[in-house]
Design a protein around this ligand. Sequence first.
Ligand code: FAS
Ligand code: PHB
Length: 394
Amino acid sequence: MRTQVVIVGAGPSGLLLGALLAKAGVDAIILERQSEEYVLGRIRAGVLEQVTVDLLDEVGVGARMHREGMVHGGFDLLFAGQRHRIDLQTLTGGKSVMVYGQTEVTRDLMDDRKAKGLTTLYEADNVQIHQFDSANPYVTFERLGKPHRIDCDAIAGCDGFHGVCRASVPKSAIQEHEKVYPFGWLGILADVPPVAHELIYANTERGFALCSMRSATRSRYYVQVPLTDRVEQWSDERFWEELRLHLDPQARETLVTGPSIEKSIAPLRSFVVEPMRFGRLFLAGDAAHIVPPTGAKGLNLAATDVKYLSQALIEFFVDKSEVGIDHYSQRCLRRVWRAERFSWWFTSLMHQFPDMGSFGQKVQEAELDYLVYSEAASRSLAENYVGLPLNFGE
Ligand code: FAS
Ligand code: PHB
């Protein structure tokens, strides 16, 4: 087999890149290790920046998102027992975010790819990438017990944090920057109405909690847990009891509980690899960087990576220019580091750290108290949360 681009990974990065390339007439084959059902079974992100919404519209898969997604003009910060609304629209001159689950984004992109007859090979085992530091890279894999090879001109590593692409780059050619947080997020998905009409981010002496949603009848909640906790230790009842202890009286009153349809613990880390390009291999999304989900940046960063990568590859194949691919890594990393900083800052402000003590708790509450009464500080939070413009600082 031969194609112009082999995309490794059928998560949001790989699928959105495939859609952007197809729109420009650039051929790509997506190789995915798991089954379609498995990929759709992952419950992850919930908040889309306008840049991501625009990209999904650009490739023609935005219809259901606009029908079923929820536009949020603000969210609440809960600390010292009080809730304070961050009015995103007023603070950013009218911007908002779209609450629409990553699972649905993935489903929309998968359906669109199938409808267009584009090739996605699921359950592709033992994917390996070869000669990516040359002009003739190729990929090998096994599927249905048979070996396969695809010759191509470029490889997009959209295979997430644990993928094969970044791992295939010689250690001497790569620099990794990492911070692992001493806690995780225990998340639950339940078919119960959300506790409030917008998200609530809570800083309490018991730790962080987040009240989110997927629709008016499906809620997504998180509480901070020690890294040593295992999901088997958390019955639904224990989770709801713990969540209640994080909420203000009004939210405690209105909370509707019910059986979990998904429950899992996600570790939190900040991670960036530099550069994001090695010859004809281009890393995008979680394959290149990870943020703690506090700032809702992971999926959105992946979207802007593939926007830049699609532009670079289209220039390469259509205009026969290498300028875009030569600047890809530097262009992504500037935006990546801004999101890494915001996600680290918001995580540090909202979570209980082992060594912080009562003084640390009081300082966090004082910073939040300052933030909600300072227009300048609230504006800074708001402009980062809705997503910096693509040309920010250019
Ligand atoms: P993904 O990891 O989504 O996709 C990579 C794909 O590559 C997967 O389908 C995988 O099966 C495939 N793959 C891996 N190795 C392969 C191989 N060797 N061969 C072929 N295929 C291979 N972000 C938020 O904004 N908010 C959140 O609340 C949030 N929660 C998260 C919870 C968890 C547990 C995790 C892991 C991430 C979370 N994220 C969240 C971040 C998440 O949404 C990512 O940013 C997003 O999935 C990035 O998409 P991709 O880059 O496509 O990576
Ligand atoms: C979610 O709904 O899963 C979600 C929302 C906002 C975040 C993180 C996760 O910051």
